[in-house]
Design a protein around this ligand. Structure first.
Ligand code: ADP
Ligand code: MG
Length: 173
């Protein structure tokens, strides 16, 4: 029995990509809370926000976090998962929390390169680089505070995965 691993960080930092690769490397199951919620409800993030507002989305997200958490599980969280104190406390207590850290410019570049895959209701209405600056200014301390480990997410995914496998000292699959 091994603790679940939670991937946190801003949109575009690689939670889904690196989380999936880490799960393969460790032989863990993988779940993405954004995708899980969408599949369960049949609603996109935009649908939920339009119908219930951000508080409604955050409530669903919090319930999803608890529902998917189990041993030998990698959980890629939504970028805003850390906003609720109860989610931060839950992740720190139940598992190992990894913050994929990258500067706003790097995040913006990635999101611009795959805009279709990353459509969300805009948080600020500003250009993407400015938006990511604002998001990090608001959340950086929360990501740092919840994390047991902070990794440089500008490295290649397989480099990040090797680093994590070594740091966590978990047997590779
Ligand atoms: P998140 O789930 O944190 O929003 P994704 O895993 O969806 O981020 O990645 C966002 C985009 O950035 C994708 O196009 C993905 O291929 C790319 N990406 C993710 N991690 C890296 C990385 N370490 N190096 C280069 N590109 C990456
Ligand atoms: Mg993702």
């Amino acid at each position: 029995m091994t603790q679940p691993i939670f991937m946190v960080g801003a949109r575009g930092c690689g939670k889904t990509t690196v989380g999936g690769e880490l799960a393969r490397a460790l032989g863990y199951a993988f779940v993405d809370t954004d995708i899980f919620m969408q599949q369960r409800s049949g609603l996109t993030v935009a649908d939920v926000v339009a119908a219930e507002g951000w508080p409604g989305f955050r409530q669903r997200e919090s319930e999803t976090l608890k529902a998917v958490t189990q041993p030998n599980q990698i959980v890629a969280t939504g970028g805003g998962m850390v906003l609720l104190a109860q989610n931060r406390q839950f992740m720190r207590e139940k598992g190992i929390v990894i913050y994929l850290h990258a500067p706003a410019q790097a995040l913006a570049k990635r999101l611009e390169a795959s805009p279709q895959a990353h459509q969300r209701p805009t948080l600020t209405g500003r250009p993407i680089a400015e938006e990511m600056e604002a998001v990090l200014a608001e959340r950086e301390a929360l990501y740092q505070g919840v994390a047991h480990y902070v990794v440089d997410a500008t490295q290649a995914p397989d480099t990040i995965v090797s680093e994590l496998v070594q740091t966590l000292r978990l047997p590779a699959a």
